[in-house]
Design a protein around this ligand. Structure first.
Ligand SMILES: [Zn+2]
Length: 138
């Protein structure tokens, strides 16, 4: 599965923009973002990036196929064995791209919640070729 996605040479340069929040109302605006995101995705397996709210319909990958990948290597698993990576495929056969919305829909649908730990905040979505690697933090 992982090797398969190396065949596609297209690379998307992800710029991780943050939403331009008014400094004085930063916390208040942040809570509004959280509330909006939770309305759309009430069953998040971890905290989604609220800054992606305004780009849900933007293209994440210019390909119908993408592999979502997350490696459980954090300290939470030191006492126990690290679980195997979480991975699943998004396949939009009828379209030629995958949007952020497709990505988040797939995460809600496919995430293995038995593999959660204290690191539950999505920090970075790193796209290389058509692999979508996630980095979560506490
Ligand atoms: Zn952890």
């Amino acid at each position: 599965m992982i090797n398969g996605c190396r065949d596609i040479r297209e690379t998307i340069d992800m710029s991780i923009d943050t939403v331009d929040l008014d400094f004085d109302n930063y916390y208040e605006n942040y809570l509004k973002l959280v509330e909006r995101m939770e309305k759309i995705y009430p069953n998040q397996p971890f905290s989604f990036r609220n800054s992606d709210l305004d780009r849900l319909d933007e293209v994440l990958i210019n390909h119908h196929y993408g592999l979502v990948y997350y490696t459980h290597t954090c300290g939470c698993w030191i006492k126990n064995k690290h679980p195997p990576p979480t991975q699943f495929v998004i396949d939009n056969k009828d379209r030629r791209h995958i949007t952020y919305r497709d990505f988040y829909d797939a995460v809600v649908k496919n995430w293995d919640t038995t593999k959660t730990c204290d690191h539950s905040l999505l920090e970075t979505i790193d796209v290389r070729n058509n692999c979508i690697e996630l980095f979560l933090s506490a």
